[in-house]
Design a protein around this ligand. Structure first.
Ligand SMILES: NC(=O)C1=CN([C@@H]2O[C@H](COP(=O)(O)OP(=O)(O)OC[C@H]3O[C@@H](n4cnc5c(N)ncnc54)[C@H](OP(=O)(O)O)[C@@H]3O)[C@@H](O)[C@H]2O)C=CC1
Ligand SMILES: O=C(O)C1=N[C@H](C(=O)O)C[C@H](O)C1
Length: 272
């Protein structure tokens, strides 16, 4: 089978540069294009050199339609508006669309899912093996513990992260809610400040810390009467997300149209 030809969207960003490096380290994958925001000062720069590698001749461009003519997939870790703009082009071109962008709202998610009758999309707020295993564990523990255990989710990221709570925190919240048999949207407490009153029973709480270079720390705390269980993951390098995204793209290549998550890619659906 020929190499999978992949476009990196947001190629000048932190994840974009990591993805360009990951592609060079991965058998069966080839860099087919490097997308940046039209008008970015990085347009025309060499994507290899931006990633700290030797020049690879793939220059950053703002034109996804032109660069995708010969491509098989797109790895998209950008911003919500860019990801939504990429959805239609990726579907039209028949590209596997790996969506890692976070901070998407419900209507953005609906747009992404709307193309999956005819296109292959793999979406996850966190592409690492560790976090996806953590998510399965959280669901199982939430199932096992009775509602006297309050669930709180704490995350810390680098100082340049723009969205909160993190996509991962929300994914872990959804896993906890699924374990409890409740809807996260109806049972979440975000951004507590001031005289908030006592904790509402059954809520899943979120707290976000920002600072330094933290690649992504997440803890799910089950706080019960006189005891606490804490399940945690620390990302030490964002290459774990980049390698996860590559794994997702290669797994999805040739799959029938549909909406997939890392649970499908990693075979975690029936873990418990
Ligand atoms: N699912 C997962 O496993 C992970 C998800 N993420 C998520 O990925 C996203 C990106 O994170 P990160 O790399 O740290 O952020 P960065 O800000 O470093 O990178 C985002 C890049 O996207 C570019 N961009 C903006 N608009 C467009 C556009 N229209 N077309 C193409 N590129 C565009 C930005 O350019 P400019 O700076 O010029 O605006 C920037 O280079 C975030 O949502 C983050 O939460 C991060 C790590 C792991
Ligand atoms: O912005 C980041 O850096 C990260 N974003 C993702 C998130 O919002 O959870 C994944 C990871 O934690 C790093």
């Amino acid at each position: 089978m020929p190499d999978m030809r992949l476009i990196v969207a947001g190629a000048g960003g932190r994840m974009g540069r990591a993805l360009v490096r990951a592609i060079t380290e991965t058998d069966g994958a080839e860099l087919a294009g490097a997308l940046e925001a039209p008008g970015s000062e990085l347009i025309g720069k060499d994507s290899g050199m931006l990633a700290g590698l030797p020049a690879n001749g793939v220059k950053l461009s703002g034109d996804l339609w032109a660069m995708s003519e010969q491509a098989d997939g797109i790895l998209d870790f950008t911003v919500p508006a860019a990801t939504i703009a990429n959805v239609a082009i990726a579907a039209e071109r028949g590209l596997v669309h790996v969506v890692g962008t976070t901070g998407l709202c419900a209507s953005d998610d609906a747009v992404i899912k709307s193309v999956t009758k005819r296109a292959v999309v793999v979406q996850s707020g966190n592409m690492s093996l560790g976090v996806n295993l953590l998510s399965a564990l959280v669901k199982r523990v939430a199932q096992a513990l009775d509602p006297s255990f309050d669930i709180e989710i704490l995350e810390m990221h680098h100082k340049n992260k723009v969205d909160a709570p993190s996509g991962t925190a929300l994914m872990l919240g959804r896993a906890a809610a699924a374990g409890r048999g409740i809807e996260l949207e109806e049972h979440s407490a975000r951004g507590r400040d001031g005289v908030t009153g006592a904790r509402r029973p059954g809520d899943i709480g979120f707290a976000s810390l920002r600072g330094g270079t933290a690649a992504g720390d997440h803890s799910v705390i089950f706080a019960g009467p006189s005891e606490r269980l804490v399940l945690s993951h620390q990302a030490e390098d964002r290459m774990i997300f980049a390698h996860g995204a590559l794994k997702a793209a290669l797994w999805a290549h040739g799959k029938p149209p549909g909406y997939y998550t890392m649970d499908d890619v990693l075979g975690l659906k029936d873990l418990f």
